[in-house]
Design a protein around this ligand. Sequence first.
Ligand SMILES: Cc1cc2nc3c(=O)[nH]c(=O)nc-3n(C[C@H](O)[C@H](O)[C@H](O)COP(=O)(O)OP(=O)(O)OC[C@H]3O[C@@H](n4cnc5c(N)ncnc54)[C@H](O)[C@@H]3O)c2cc1C
Length: 426
Amino acid sequence: MLDTREHAASYYAATRNTDVTYPGFSGELRCDIAVVGGGFTGVSAALYLAERGYDVVLVEANRIGWGATGRNGGQLIDGFTNVENIRKRIGSAEADMVRAMGLECRDIVVDRIKQYSIDCDLKFGFLDVAARPAEMRDLEDYIEDSQRHHYPHEMRIVDQVDMRDYVETDQYIGGLVNMGNGHLHPLNLCLGEARAASDLGVKIFEQTKVTRVRHGAKPFIETESGKIFANKVLLAGNAYLRDTVPKLKRTVIPVGSYIIATEPLGDERARALLPPDMAYCEQCTALNYFRLSTDGRMLFGGLCNYSGRNPKSITASLLPKLLKIFPQLEGVRVDYEWGGYIGISVKRIPQFGRIEGNTYYVQGYSGHGIAPTHLGGKILADVVAGDTEQFDIFSKVFHFPMPGGKWFANPALALGMMYYRIKELL
Ligand SMILES: Cc1cc2nc3c(=O)[nH]c(=O)nc-3n(C[C@H](O)[C@H](O)[C@H](O)COP(=O)(O)OP(=O)(O)OC[C@H]3O[C@@H](n4cnc5c(N)ncnc54)[C@H](O)[C@@H]3O)c2cc1C
């Protein structure tokens, strides 16, 4: 998954709206703000800054949207986990602000799509599916809590009798519909946002890996063939940043996650399986998620690999899971398989911080990033402009390094996840 500097061979790469590429960088350059990483976080930050008139350079090691951004499940989900934890450890006002930011991040995506006329197949409708009574109770608690906090979008519980109107399987006993969330083509969204940023003057360089970041009062970044001097540096490399900034490496663990896309199923067959064309997500630890693409393929994801090792065959690992839910698809052809790395942090809440003065970062969205990355980018842009209110709340959360050090952090995480899985099964 890391051995190509072009896009992974995914359904998204095959159906991207544009083949536009940006040049590589060499030489020396000065700018207000240098952004490292061209995923949702980096592009969102660059776009916000360009809108405010900053002189921005964005440097991407591979292609815009090459990382988790261009490979994910496309499930647009609002909210942050662990809000109650923030209430306990930091304060009630802060927790309420994080809850509000959970709504704001989804709105940013929807607004960006409208504002810049980005064609990325956005559809509203999301169904959290429950396979066990305990999961159903969690969904009921969740809707109650959301209503108590005046959640602005339509939500409803679906009981077992009505589940077939939503998904043609006997695997689930109920679910929770949320019409504020939905699904989209993530790579086309990111490419559209990058185009908007470039139109506003952001200098984008692709296939330019940052090899070193010099922090301090006058920071600069070194690339494979040059140097970029900036007033501030924003780090948005997330799970792929690794050795570029050793200080950040141990607080985020790259965890593999994988997706298959079937052949187009045809309108009738596709709609028979998922009549309302929503995004679907299970509740358990080893969860599966699925949805239809615009051309009627089943996009089916799951199989988080905490060990740090990729499966020998993604299709051989995921197809049986798909067929267990939809035996009607026996014999279906799989046209695409791919995977990417999610940045997981112990507390499952994004890590915001500052290094030696003028370097800022955000990472570790923990598998739930399309919407939060957009807010992440905005928060970094706000900090540059002198507004640190949202940044200060997140940066109060202390993120300790993953236990286990260089060699054992992934196995330790795998063990932890196995513990939760066994607990569920019991
Ligand atoms: C398979 C999969 C499915 C997922 N499904 C969903 C989903 O359905 N819904 C959801 O909300 N979230 C999902 N996520 C999570 C979501 O995709 C991420 O949280 C989000 O895309 C992170 O964006 P990012 O910009 O922070 O990082 P990335 O998209 O990973 O971007 C980081 C970029 O930085 C670049 N970079 C790193 N180091 C350097 C360097 N030294 N020099 C230059 N560039 C560098 C990388 O090349 C990369 O392009 C999924 C993730 C995966 C992998």
